[in-house]
Design a protein around this ligand. Sequence first.
Ligand SMILES: *Cc1c(COP(=O)(O)O)cnc(C)c1O
Length: 458
Amino acid sequence: MSNTEKIPYKIYLDEKEMPKQWYNVRADMKNKPAPLLNPGTHEPMGFDDLRPVFCDELIKQELDNDTAYFDIPDEILDFYKMYRPSPLVRAYCLEKKLGTPAKIYYKFEGNNTSGSHKLNSAIAQAYYAKKQGLKGVTTETGAGQWGTALSMACAYLGLDCKVYMVKCSYEQKPFRREVMRTYGASVTPSPSTETEVGKKILAEHPGTTGSLGCAISEAVEVATTHEGYRYVLGSVLNQVLLHQSVIGLESKIAMDKYGIKPDVIIGCAGGGSNLGGLISPFMGEKLRGEADYQFIAVEPASCPSFTRGKFAYDFCDTGMVCPLAKMYTLGSGFIPSANHAGGLRYHGMSSILSQLYHDGLMEARSVEQTKVFEAAEQFARVEGILPAPESSHAIRVAIDEALKCKETGEEKTILFGLTGTGYFDMYAYEAFNDGTMSDYIPTDADLEKGFAGLPKMD
Ligand SMILES: *Cc1c(COP(=O)(O)O)cnc(C)c1O
């Protein structure tokens, strides 16, 4: 029996094998990600500057570029045990269907009610807010996955949760909204008339259906003007990548158990949290010179932060109230065309991943929407899981890489992140099935408009 025949369809870990610490890839980066800057003074923001917005413990994690491992508190470990470890699946059926000599694995994060990896960070952020004695948290949600995850975490810990949901999603995804309300969250369509920044945006753009950047501005305003509230964010920030490292750590433990070494690691990239989490422990080995891997970030051609964006300081939100972050960005004023991967529509990208990409340590590809859904359909039919549109970006490139192996005969081992399920995205699948889905790619002129709004740094 060859070694590969012994590898099961699903590699699970038992509770004892689950990681007890998160890994902070910044500790091993020679070029650290650039600090957050005050949007007014352009000075780096320290602990005290960030306290009105974020929870204390999370600020410490955000600013710590040196500590490699953080203990996962027992309460969070207990919560993780309700839906983790997530399975690492050998995609035997997909391999067979493609006729590829490549070995394909995926780490499936959709096995919880929120339907995505976002719960891994939601529970951590809610836990630290609770521990600080806060009453509640505010946040934005675009597609709804983050808001759902945070509502679940807050319900578990007895915290209030105020969600600002991008108006077009609020209207298009009423079921997501109701899941959040079932878990006790209040859900407000953004922009709203509840906040000063919302009123301002509505006055300037009457009839706007909102964007993530607008909703962030509103959620931050509410957190900073309500006693006992802080703002939490589901992606982009260093702390979120830290919490999501649990994905990569579990993957690595499972692969090491069977002596599997991935050659290529692929993930979709919206704000970069699942990809950052998946690659972190592997990237750590690469940074320390212990092993080498090829990393590929996959983004929509309609919102191409890595592949066509600029590496610059930018606002994280439309209202320009948040700190400036140095990242690959399309400009905070860039509003991507309505595509069906709501979780990948953010204008910027994690500062950690931006620095790694800038230093040539990882690659990025952009893919068109219809090609993504072709991959989703192919995957669903053979592997059974109905993938989220976001996750299907990674599936697309995993299939492309596997087909390349078919041509060259290479037996590469491919690992990709399957971040979630697509049950709330059936309008998107409907458009694909009806053949009415379009592929919008912004022109250079469209992008120039976004770049023109980048803050002038000196
Ligand atoms: C939010 C989301 C993403 C993208 O967010 P990242 O922070 O880039 O990981 C990808 N897939 C799913 C299912 C999501 O909910």
